[in-house]
Design a protein. Structure first.
Length: 336
């Protein structure tokens, strides 16, 4: 592999702190089948559903070095493929005959490969994160790569004007829903060349395992945090998506401070409000969110055990007619 590629390609070390529950394992196994067969895999879903983490883990499992790109509004084709940048100067001096001096000088533009070209040439696993933040016309270069395995170059840098994809080249894409700000509609021709796996928020057990693993809190505390998070997610009038990230923030901070997820600790209330309710678009929404968080913390983290009614076992005497007799000789109305 080119030494220049080594400097920009990521290693294939296992993903640190990756949580693989049965749900995630099934998803990764499916995606790995598509990737092994040579198809591009596309993870699509709301923010915070683990698209990038899954893409990185899938790429690590492929065993190839990774080339990472991020979608950008300002991207053009050259940002993916490459362009002529700078000049290369060559000068030849011929003084073989002492009385004759011959010089020859050439100046040529220098071609520099960009990340897509490098991945295609070297057989890397390309991760194009949030690719639909780039304009559709910038991504047109991907069409021939994913269909015919050929990358067409905008100049005649290569003799044929194109390069063939390395047999080990693989591509993984992630995208946010089209209704998100800064996201472009993806051309149907490009989507047709991918296998799209739609993601949503994981089940409670998976989210609990993720919060516990990423923050280091106990499973009991992680479960309380996730229950607050999941119920808060269902509240009407909350404009910003509620992802698992606030849960990881809450878990990390209480672990750092050495406290538990207890509604009896005012610091825990503050941490939950900061993580879940702050940064809302409007003051009224932020106030409502904070009030909701307080209610949920009280619901899930206060009064861990309901008090059981106290049972007093009193020995009771009967008279000759079978009636219960209280102390002092009074009759009890209860019958046996």
């Amino acid at each position: 592999m080119d030494s220049n590629i080594n400097s920009i390609a990521l290693s294939t070390d296992p993903s640190e702190g990756f949580v693989e529950t049965s749900t995630i394992k099934k998803l990764i196994d499916r995606a790995m089948d598509y990737l092994t067969a040579g198809f591009a895999v596309h993870f699509s879903g709301p923010t915070g559903t683990g698209k990038t983490t899954l893409a990185m883990h899938l790429a690590h499992k492929s065993g190839q070095p990774i080339m990472l790109m991020f979608g950008d509004e300002e991207f053009g084709t050259s940002d993916l493929v490459g362009d002529k940048m700078g000049y290369r100067k060559r000068k030849l001096i011929d003084n073989f005959i002492h009385s004759v001096l011959k010089t020859e000088e050439d100046v040529m533009q220098r071609w520099v490969d960009n990340r897509l070209t490098s991945a295609v040439k070297e057989g890397l696993t390309l991760i194009y994160d949030e690719f639909n933040r780039s304009k559709p016309e910038a991504n047109n270069a991907l069409l021939s790569v994913l269909e015919e395995g050929i990358l067409s170059l905008p100049t005649n840098e290569e003799a044929e004007g194109y390069i063939r994809a390395h047999p080990n080249f693989r591509a993984i894409f992630t995208s946010n829903p089209e209704e998100y700000a800064g996201v472009h509609k993806t051309q149907d021709a490009l989507l047709d060349r991918m296998v799209t796996i739609h993601l949503d928020y994981f089940d409670e057990a998976t989210e609990t395992a993720i919060v516990a693993a990423r923050s280091g809190v106990s499973l009991a505390d992680a479960k309380k945090i996730v229950r607050i998070l999941r119920e808060f997610r269902q509240v009407n009038g909350i404009s910003r998506p509620v992802t698992i990230r606030p849960g990881i923030i809450i878990g990390t901070i209480i672990k750092q401070k050495g406290i538990s997820a207890s509604g009896e600790n005012p610091v825990f209330f503050d941490i939950c409000i900061d993580a879940l309710a702050s940064g809302r678009n409007h003051h009224a929404e932020g106030k409502k969110a904070a009030e909701t968080v307080v209610t949920l913390v009280k619901k899930h983290c206060l009064g861990e055990k309901a008090k059981k009614p106290k049972i007093i076992n009193v020995a009771r005497k009967r008279d000759t007619k079978g009636r219960f007799v209280k102390e002092g000789g009074e009759y009890d109305n209860q019958r046996s």
